[in-house]
Design a protein around this ligand. Structure first.
Ligand code: HEC
Length: 161
């Protein structure tokens, strides 16, 4: 190869790399849509009562659903006054959880899910995994063919579109 050809090859390599890194690379789906759908139903009967149906948490605004007044007294006491429940979706949530793995998120959810204070009906390990699938989906991750498990080691941010 003469010098010109080498320079050209190097230039092309450089462009190729630019194109590759210029694209936002997202990992293939690590949960199924069936898991996310089961997770949505479980979430709305459990975590969602406090963290709200939008997953955006509570600041005490009147339009937060379900209304805080519909919750049992023990739940209202836990939430406190002024009402504050942290979000499970959006920028503030991803700032805290985006660099963690799906498995770490499941493990954190498990702590709340198995806390006897909440008395969640029908909550088991699968439910917690499904709820995590739903939370990932609401945060912008796409479902795929691979089911989510308690050992899924992928980093949350790499799943977000
Ligand atoms: C009774 C209301 C209530 C319910 C039900 C509830 N949470 Fe929470 N959750 C809170 C409040 C209030 C906080 C903030 C105070 C604290 O951490 O104890 C919180 C904190 C959290 C955090 C920490 C947030 C962060 O960014 O570190 C996670 C994660 C969480 N909850 C997940 C869940 C999951 C998953 C469920 C359902 C299995 C659930 N919660 C059910 C009220 C609730």
């Amino acid at each position: 190869m003469n010098r010109k050809a080498i320079l050209l090859a190097v230039a092309m390599l450089g462009t190729g790399r630019l194109i590759l890194t210029g694209q936002h690379q997202t990992a293939p789906g690590v949960f199924t849509s069936a898991q996310a759908e089961a997770g949505r139903k479980a979430y709305e009967n459990t975590c969602g009562r406090c963290h709200t149906y939008t997953l955006l948490g509570r600041k005490g605004d009147a339009d937060e659903l379900p209304p805080v007044s519909s919750l049992p007294a023990a739940y209202r006491k836990f939430i406190g006054n002024p009402n504050h429940v942290p979000p499970l979706a959006g920028r503030a949530f991803l700032d805290r959880w985006g660099e963690k793995t799906a498995a770490e998120l499941i493990a954190r959810f498990q702590v709340t899910a198995s806390d006897p204070f909440f008395q969640f009906e029908g909550m088991n390990d699968d439910t917690t995994v499904n709820i995590t699938a739903y939370v990932l989906q609401v945060n912008g991750a796409k479902a795929g063919t691979q089911p989510l498990t308690r050992t899924t080691g992928v980093v949350v941010n790499s799943l977000i579109q």
